[in-house]
Write a protein that binds this ligand. Structure first.
Ligand code: G4P
Length: 530
């Protein structure tokens, strides 16, 4: 095997999706712990502080105590290299959260055992489904009373229309939680050992569920119940099938308790063994295979002012093929200019670390002054146009107004730049002089106002609108689109690329437009193309 193929086959690039409070932060920390990227002792104690320090770059973040920025964590486990891309799961999250999911090959879905599927889990799952992404499920907080495991599996299957198969099975719950039986590795892992201090042991390998060892290690009632439940669940769920998992149709489900380090090793092992290696990347002309020699990469996220000391923007770039080395000259496809990538960064925790090299599946940060935009491709010469990097119709729309009306032009410029960066959707209505700004979560408006004030020196405020939602409009027939636009100028706007957008006042208005104009497509998602 060539070095490139070897590096590709050991890469696992993934994200965690969850509803706030399900335990994503805790699981992330524990994955890093098992991956040796952080140390046990300091980790737990320093956690709050670390989190604050990490998000130091923005005042709003500090005030709110949450991290709006996504970051990338790299660690090794069982001979594999993992890139974990953080997707903020809080209610106020941005389009970046969604877009980060276009840069990973699989995801862990964390559920709280007491709550099951919640709204945010569902939204994020739907984004994963757009790409048929393989999902591994972690049902967390088994150390507390939660819902019946059968009920939880059923809910995943019903609400997400996804086949489920248990990868492990819990023995008891809450105060009676004894541990899990790992159904894929045939191992009994007991809860309690090292629960608070060290890591739980690796478990006892068994010869199936009939192994008399189980009778020695567990109380009689628990073994009987385990055997009965596993028989039942095997009757109800399909067996694990790798093809079906990789096609995004089946999710293996692990049970555990992240805060107690329990079930973490098993899920990490599952990802190492079964989660996909970097996938081929679609472009307008062809699929790029990761083991192609030539380097190719695309920008999926832009972040400004990550560090007040560096007043630049960082483009987060996912490497799709080839062996990247620092100092390489790459073609920026959109402008056909050559860029010398002499100072790429890897995001290891908080530190900015110079990346000497990177392989497919890895993420590098490229500092720049605004040349790089979301969806842009970098290649060794080929004109590749990456597809599948979407913009999502914002769920919140507000008017942006400068505190000083004389500064309207400056505000326009700031908004245009933020839109290019992907920090917001910005729409200029065809009638009137307002700017409509769209966001996925309401906190984004505050973040934006703060940035516009500090970076562009334009004091600005946002005001609610009576608008319901925005849809990009498209038609096969150019004239049909023009006719629609002419008849609806009062409800139309242009996005920062000049693409037409329909601003609906309410659900009825949107439905009605759809019925009246059958030739027009009303799109919730717009793909970035060069
Ligand atoms: P999030 O990133 O998904 O929002 O969740 P986070 O990890 O911050 O966890 C939310 C809360 O759930 C935290 O409690 C955390 O300690 C707790 N938690 C995580 N995993 C488990 C688990 O396996 N069992 C139990 N019982 N609790 C768990 P908190 O009180 O909000 O914060 P903290 O003060 O403990 O940090």
């Amino acid at each position: 095997m060539s070095e490139l193929s070897g590096q590709v086959s050991r890469r696992r690039t993934f994200a965690i999706i969850s509803h706030p409070d399900a335990g994503k932060t805790t699981l992330t920390e524990k994955l890093l712990l098992f991956g040796g990227a952080i140390q046990l002792a300091g980790a737990v104690k320093a956690r709050g502080e670390q989190r604050r320090a990490h998000s130091d770059w923005m005042k709003v973040e500090r005030e709110r105590g949450i991290s709006v920025a996504s970051s990338v964590m790299t660690f090794d486990f069982e001979g594999k290299t993992f890139n974990l891309l953080d997707t903020p799961g809080h209610e106020d999250f941005s389009e970046d959260t969604y877009r980060t999911l276009t840069a990973v090959d699989s995801a862990i879905m964390v559920l709280d055992a007491a709550k099951g599927i919640e709204t945010q889990t569902r939204k994020l799952f739907e984004v994963c489904r757009l790409r048929d992404m393989p999902i591994t499920t972690f049902i967390n907080k088994l150390d507390r009373e939660g819902r019946d495991p059968f009920d939880l599996l059923d809910e995943i299957e019903q609400t997400l229309a996804l086949d489920v198969t248990p990868a492990s099975w819990p023995i008891g719950m809450g105060r009676d939680f004894l541990g899990c039986y790992d159904l894929l590795a045939d191992k009994l892992v007991l809860f309690g050992k090292g629960a608070k201090g060290g890591l739980p042991d690796e478990g006892e390998t068994c010869n199936g569920l009939d192994d008399p060892k189980l009778d020695e290690l567990l109380p009689a009632y628990a073994v009987t119940k385990l055997r009965e439940e596993v028989e039942m669940v095997r009757g109800l769920c399909p067996p694990f099938d790798i093809e079906s998992f990789l096609e995004g149709h089946l999710t293996p489900v692990y049970f555990g308790s992240a805060v107690n380090n329990f079930g973490v090793r098993e899920i990490l092992h599952g990802i190492a063994e079964r989660a996909p290696t970097p996938s081929p990347q679609p472009t307008a002309s062809r699929n790029i295979m990761p083991d192609e020699d030539k380097v190719s990469a695309f920008v999926f996220k832009i972040q400004a002012n990550m560090d007040p000391k560096h007043r630049d923007r960082i483009a987060f770039v996912r490497l799709c093929s080839g062996h990247f080395k620092r100092g390489m000259k790459l073609k920026h496809v959109r402008t056909a200019k050559i860029m010398n990538i002499h100072n790429p960064v890897l995001f290891l925790a908080r530190e900015r670390e110079l990346a000497e090299e990177a392989w497919p599946g890895d993420i590098i940060g490229i500092p720049n002054h605004g040349q790089l935009r979301i969806g842009d491709g970098l290649t060794e010469g080929e004109d590749l146009r990456f597809t599948g990097i979407p913009s999502f119709a914002p769920e919140h729309l507000q008017n942006a107004r400068p505190d000083d009306p004389m500064r309207a032009k400056h505000l326009g410029r700031a908004l245009q730049q933020l839109a290019e960066e992907g920090a917001a959707s910005v729409f200029k209505p065809m009638v009137g002089s307002d700017w409509i700004v769209g966001a996925v979560g309401p906190l984004q408006f505050e973040v934006m106002a703060d940035r516009i004030r500090t970076e562009y020196e334009v004091p600005v405020h946002f005001e609610p609108t009576s608008l319901y939602t925005a849809r990009w409009v498209e038609a096969d027939d150019h004239l049909a689109l023009k006719k629609f636009v002419d008849a609806n100028t009062g409800s139309l706007a242009e996005d920062h690329d000049g693409a037409p957008v329909f601003l609906a006042r309410n659900a009825w208005h949107l439905d009605r437009a759809g019925e009246d104009w059958p030739d027009i497509r009303f799109l919730k998602i717009k793909e970035h193309v060069d």
